[in-house]
Design a protein. Structure first.
Length: 675
């Protein structure tokens, strides 16, 4: 006890124990005496950067090389965003020298208070964690927050040359591998120049034979010009470096529309859910920064979301993106509740953002990034700032244009329902194009290989199928008989959908899969033609099939691949003349127009396609030279109306159908009278 007490501190009346001799190292342990204080290295200045570049720029690959350019361009952009510069020049020379010049305030060149023998310029370029962006006094918002950007570029450059124009005087400095090779030089007076010019060449010892890619640098400069519409970036490149490419040797990059212009260029030629993007800019509360955005939704293919923080790309997103997602999803759900659309509650960020195409740029004070490469924003307050600011604007945008808002809501609900079906339903496996397809037994396939000019006729029952098979052109026309009325997919459960053999046969015959396994390139026919009887039952079957394609294979409808055949209901015969009428009204019209008064006309009513002679079916309905087909279209501008009709007429709520009948019965009566 006394021993323990003595080791922890002396006390009156105690005796300090004698220290125990050190225990010698075991005989089998060797080299212990070789590790001593002389083995502890202290790296000074920029030597740590050259020893371990990956800690500062993520590695030494092509991405890391171009990160050097981004750091210097970002410094110039910070001057522009702060309102001190409106022009940046970026020049790439043939021997991998890169020059970035701005017309801002210029890096300070007066002696530094802590290092009076050194200029502030030399301190910034040779000392890690030095710069004017820590206190927030020189810049309200900036991209360089760690104070290592310029110094790291200097450390990893074979040579860096810096010129600063301040107070009508030009100063110059030069460095090699991060070390100054001269003192600050006064290069004389200048009248029409101000700002900073940095010219550097990456060190081959670090990056090997890798060189700057003109296309990549040009894209970087263009994105910076879009992100801050008040700046003009002048791009110049040695002409030999861009021969035979789309990259210009010189360009003036200035976009007064900002992100709106950026988005228009990015989605050029693609159909969108809403005709005009949702775009704008807003300041955060209490002067905490601002946000700018331009967003739309594309009809086909994947979308994209590019986010930026203080003009720095954040490919991994972060808290500002989380705020944007929350604002849009909650705003659209609230709009759905306002419209009494119960299905809006199922909408998730996956549904709304899967086809979203847009950009969101924020400017905030003292942003926190994940790592020096700044791929992800981690500032906690950014999520709250962005959500609060953008939610209000999104709500106003939806309320201000109900037509487009309804279309966006309907489009998102379609995606949500498709996601739920994919989760619940096991899809029929897509067949490989290189393997023989297992086709439905009742399918009478065509002989032509390839899609061009081929057609698949969907007919009701074996009897109609027999007539169609005899009437078809065997080279280009295939026939698939379906048994009676198919399943109503708008009201059926996922289990029933999965177990329905008729629909499984249809999907297998088409070959293109369904849901997330849909691939238009694997479609086996150029056209799909629904050919049902010309009576009420036939119209019902056609409606069920159209609902199936709308719900499960909407892309075929959008591509204009789905058609309705127009078989006749009546045959009118008199000596030397045979005419077909599509319905009662057409029959009466033709009797008056095509036949003489009191002429005896034999009127036959077809009970169905199966009762029609193959020759008549071919002549009236299947021969491309004489038939009439109706293309089924899905107008994007009426997406909300289409969704409402499908839900009302084919969905699970009979009261909606009853209401539709009540609202439209009078119109049908009027049309009957007119006919």
């Amino acid at each position: 006890m006394n021993d323990l007490f003595s080791r922890n501190g002396s006390s009156k009346g105690t005796t300090k124990a004698a220290p125990k001799p050190a225990t010698p190292a075991p005989a089998h342990v060797t080299g212990a005496s070789d590790y001593s204080a002389k083995d502890i290295e202290v790296l000074e200045g920029l030597e740590p950067v050259r020893r371990r570049p990956g800690m500062y720029i993520g590695g030494t690959d092509d991405n890391a090389l171009h990160h050097l350019a981004a750091e210097i361009i970002d410094n110039a952009m910070d001057e522009a965003v702060a309102g001190h510069a409106d022009r940046i020049e970026v020049t790439l020379e043939a021997d991998n020298w890169l020059t970035v010049r701005d017309n801002g305030r210029g890096i300070p060149i007066d002696p530094h208070p802590r290092f009076p023998k050194l200029s502030a310029l030399e301190v910034i370029l040779t000392t890690l964690h030095s710069g004017g962006k820590f206190s927030g006094k020189a810049y309200d918002t900036s991209g360089g927050l760690h104070g290592v950007g310029s110094s790291v570029v200097n450390a990893l450059s074979l040579r860096m040359e810096v010129e600063v124009a301040r107070d009508r005087t030009l100063f110059g400095h030069a460095f090699e591998q991060g070390k100054p090779v001269q003192t600050l030089q006064n290069l004389g007076s200048v009248q029409n120049r101000r700002g900073t010019q940095v010219r550097f060449k990456p060190d081959p010892e670090i990056f090997g034979k890798q060189v700057f890619q003109p296309a990549r640098l040009h894209r970087l400069c263009r994105s910076k010009a879009y992100l801050y519409k008040g700046v003009e970036i002048r791009w110049n490149c040695d002409a030999k470096l861009v021969e035979g490419t789309d990259t210009p040797a010189s360009a003036i990059l200035h976009f007064p529309g900002g992100l709106r212009d950026y988005l228009a260029t990015s989605i050029e030629g693609r159909a969108t859910v809403v005709p005009q993007p949702w775009a704008g800019e807003v300041g955060f509360a209490e002067g905490a920064g601002r946000a700018e955005w331009a967003i739309t939704w594309v009809e086909q293919g994947d979308g994209f979301l590019s986010t930026y923080a203080n003009t720095i790309p954040t490919p991994q997103g972060g808290t500002h993106e989380a705020g944007l997602r929350a604002a849009l999803v909650r705003g659209l759900r609230a709009y759905g509740e306002l419209k009494k659309e119960r299905r809006a509650a199922n909408v998730t960020a996956e549904d709304l953002f899967g086809g979203l195409a847009g950009m969101c740029s924020v400017f905030i004070r003292e942003p926190q990034f994940q790592g020096q490469t700044k791929d992800k924003l981690t500032s906690p307050e950014a999520a709250r700032l962005v959500e609060n600011a953008l939610r209000d604007h999104f709500d106003h945008w939806l309320a201000g244009d109900p037509g487009n808002a309804d279309n966006l809501l309907a489009w998102t609900i379609e995606r949500a329902e498709d996601r739920i079906r994919r989760r619940e339903q096991k899809e029929t496996p897509r067949k490989s194009a290189t393997r023989k397809l297992r086709l439905p037994g009742k399918l009478a396939d065509c002989s032509r290989e390839g899609v061009d000019g081929t057609e698949l006729f969907l007919v009701e029952g074996d009897s109609a199928g027999g007539s169609a098979k005899q009437a078809r052109d065997r080279e280009t026309q295939a026939v698939l008989p379906l048994r009676g009325k198919i399943l109503n997919v708008a009201s059926a459960s996922a289990d029933k959908l999965r177990q329905n053999q008729e629909l499984r046969d249809l999907i297998e015959a088409l070959g293109c899969g369904a849901g997330d396994r849909f691939d238009l390139a694997r479609l086996r026919y150029g056209r799909i033609v629904i050919m049902t009887d010309a009576d009420v039952d036939g119209a019902h079957i056609a409606a069920l099939l159209m609902t199936f394609f709308y719900k499960e294979l909407p892309e075929l409808v959008r591509q204009g691949r789905l058609f309705l055949a127009q078989p006749p209901l009546f045959r009118l015969q008199a000596p030397g003349k045979t005419i077909y009428a599509k319905d009662d009204a057409d029959r009466e019209r033709l009797l008056k127009k095509e036949f003489k008064p009191n002429q005896k006309v034999d009127v036959s009513r077809f009970k169905g396609l199966g009762e029609m002679p193959p020759a008549s079916l071919k002549e009236t309905t299947m021969d491309p030279k004489r038939r009439t087909l109706l293309r089924v279209v899905l107008p994007t501008e009426e997406r909300a109306r289409t969704s409402e009709l499908i839900e009302a007429l084919m969905g699970r709520r009979p009261e909606l159908r009853f209401r539709f009948i009540q609202d439209n019965a009078a119109k049908l009566d009027e049309e009957s009278v007119d006919a």
